[in-house]
Design a protein around this ligand. Structure first.
Ligand code: M6R
Length: 615
């Protein structure tokens, strides 16, 4: 089991006051980064006292109510478990066997298993299932009296992504912190300095900060901060003075969680891919599954069952699995599944998709499929959620907590896991040529960068959103994978802007809905799928002939689309299978900016809840 990955919140304090109040307050401001367990470690003048517990921060506060640790240096952590389940012993901080070294970590140590085995053989004992504990043990193993030197030695051994804070009973006058691919900020105070994953934790104390860059290490004492580059050379870091208010800081400076989460997508996808591409660079590995070709052969039919956005991801997944494995896949809306007497047996695999892992219709469908003897697999974002526990196996998306009701980063990471799964199954069954699978994996690896590029220029979408904000009805059309994305685009627009929207398979319009298209009706047409591209253009012509106002979503090398539509929005060029991951983003943004223009409560739309735990 791995450690704490997609998000998690870290804090550190060193100064003249008691560390505990800041640590607890800082963690409470980082709970949006994770909230399934929390802990602190404080040097009390003689030893480091560690207190941690599963559950929300409130549980830790209650535990500490009568006897909080006190001291002038400490670290804290709020966790969003991904691999190791939320439990007291998996909570951070983690300690070395001798209790002299303490570590809090956000990220993943990819080579922790081999390191752990070596440490076990040398007599080190482990109390948790996390990767992070390996770092604490390595500190003990390599310590020779020089704390910073030991940190450097350990950093040279571990592989992966991290932000880390180290504390040691040998040198309690300092905290050492470093980062790679995860955020870390240092707050500069008066006879005190602060460390945190994110600005909200420190904003009540100071607005003067250093934002650490990858590879930099900081040695933080109560009245100094020394920053070194990866070669150990001191650097003259420029201070960043925070001008946001506390509320905006929680959202990373964004106005709403939804837009923050849209911009989280490159990282969410990167985290979801981490550890799932083999060392050869082109095969998919799922430690969690380890299926064999024989087991794969036994699966005659697959059901993908989910609700809302997760259902739309499932529709994309159906396409992937059928195309790459030729095993038939049915998608079902979870609230329908168990009432339609589904034909399910032991040769079936039921995949449920759920961000929260708590949606009651999805959970009920899962239980029904188990009762009927199917194998079950959950794709979810929440470790140890009811759905993860109920399913035979679970694959996690590493999107981190999604706070906005409208799902964005959960959807794109669900699609990534479904595509990885389809490739994994095809590898086992030999149903698709290896060359084609390699092509897909190569493109999968480029996705974080492609999403990042797409998000760099969204101004045209803002303009369209303002133009369309006054519309009463909007239509989304597309074929094949574009149709699945159209459904998701339409749901996004409805749920947060309250504009009525319909999604249609583009070829279906002329069977009735075309009657609704009149002059000025907004139509969003997706045209990313090469095999139906010409057909989609014909459908665009049908609506243009009725004077619809058409936005086309196409790949950047498409020199044709502008002749057919009123406005074109381009996504970076990619494989047709990956196009949904990119094409949905302009639609998320369109919904967001339309909702803003209409003055809607973007993060908490009317009548809706983030997690639907009633039938
Ligand atoms: O937590 P789940 O993924 O199971 O939730 C399913 C739906 O309720 C959810 O996707 C919903 O449709 C989204 N809020 C839409 O943005």
């Amino acid at each position: 089991m791995k450690g704490d990955f997609a998000m998690c919140g870290i804090v550190g304090y060193i100064g003249e006051e008691n560390a505990t109040p800041f640590l607890l307050d800082g963690l409470s401001r980082l709970e949006y980064r994770g909230y399934d367990s929390a802990g602190i470690a404080v040097y009390d003048g003689q030893k480091i006292v560690v207190e941690k517990t599963a559950g929300r921060l409130e549980a830790l506060k209650q535990k500490l109510e009568h006897n909080p640790p006190a001291g002038h240096a400490g670290v804290g952590h709020t966790r969003w478990a991904t691999h190791g389940r939320p439990s007291d012993r998996n909570s951070h901080p983690h300690s070395s066997c001798d209790g002299k070294f303490i570590v809090v970590h956000n990220g993943i140590i990819e080579n922790y298993l081999e390191l752990k085995e070596a440490l076990l053989s040398e007599g080190y004992t482990f109390t948790s299932e996390t990767d992070t504990e390996v770092v604490a043990q390595l500190m003990q193993k390599h310590y020779t009296g020089d704390l910073l030197g030991t940190v450097r030695k350990v950093l040279a051994i571990i592989e992966g992504s991290y932000s880390l804070v180290f504390m040691s009973a040998y040198q309690p006058d300092r905290l050492i912190c470093t980062k790679k691919d995860n955020p870390l900020v240092i707050g500069l105070g008066e006879r005190a300095n602060y460390i945190a994953s994110d600005i909200p934790a420190i904003i009540a104390k100071t607005r003067r900060t250093y934002i650490l860059s990858d590879g930099e290490t900081a040695i933080v004492t109560k009245d100094s901060v020394r920053i070194e580059n990866s070669k150990g050379e001191p650097i003259d870091k420029k201070e960043f003075v925070v001008t946001w208010n506390a509320q905006a800081a929680e959202k990373g400076g964004y106005e709403h969680f939804m837009i923050k989460e849209i911009y989280d997508q490159p990282k969410a996808v990167r985290d979801t891919l981490s550890g799932r591409i083999g060392k050869d660079g082109h095969s998919v590995v799922f430690e969690e599954l380890s299926w064999t070709a024989r087991e794969m052969e036994k699966i005659r039919k697959i059901f993908i069952v989910a609700c809302g956005t997760a259902y739309h991801a499932g529709m994309v997944g159906k396409h992937y699995i059928e195309q790459l494995t030729r095993v038939p896949v049915e998608t079902d809306i979870a609230s329908e599944f168990r009432y339609r007497a589904p034909i399910v047996g032991s040769d079936c695999l039921l995949i449920v998709v759920s961000q929260s892992g708590e949606t009651s219709d999805t959970l009920a469908a899962l239980k029904e499929a188990k009762r009927l003897g199917a194998q079950t697999l959950a794709i979810t974002n929440v470790v140890d959620s009811s759905i993860a526990r109920e399913a035979g196996k679970a694959l996690y998306t590493y999107a981190g907590p999604e706070i906005a009701v409208a799902s964005t980063k959960a959807y794109t990471t669900q699609i990534m896991v479904l595509l990885l799964l389809a490739v994994y199954m095809a590898q086992l069954s030999g149903s698709t040529q290896e060359r084609r699978l390699k092509e897909i994996v190569a493109e999968i690896k480029c996705m974080p960068e492609r999403i990042h590029k797409l998000l760099e220029d969204v101004d045209p979408i803002k303009v369209f959103a303002q133009q369309y904000a006054a519309s009463e009805d909007v239509f989304f059309i597309g074929r094949l994978l574009d149709y699945a994305v159209a459904l998701e685009g339409s749901l996004k627009l409805k749920e947060i802007s309250y504009i009525h929207a319909e999604a249609y398979a583009a070829g279906e319009l002329k069977h009735g809905t075309l009657a609704l298209i009149v002059a000025g009706t907004p139509v969003i047409a997706l045209a990313t799928q090469e095999e139906v591209y010409e057909k989609t253009l014909s459908n665009i012509k049908e609506v243009k002939a009725r004077d619809a106002l058409v936005i086309g979503i196409a790949m950047e090398n498409d020199a044709n689309i502008e002749k057919y539509v009123d406005h074109a929005v381009y996504i970076p060029h990619t494989d047709k299978y990956l196009a949904p991951v990119l094409a949905v983003i302009p639609l998320q943004l369109l919904a967001y900016y339309a909702a803003l223009s209409r003055g809607c409560n973007v993060d908490m739309p009317r009548n809706l809840a983030k997690s639907v735990t009633v039938e």
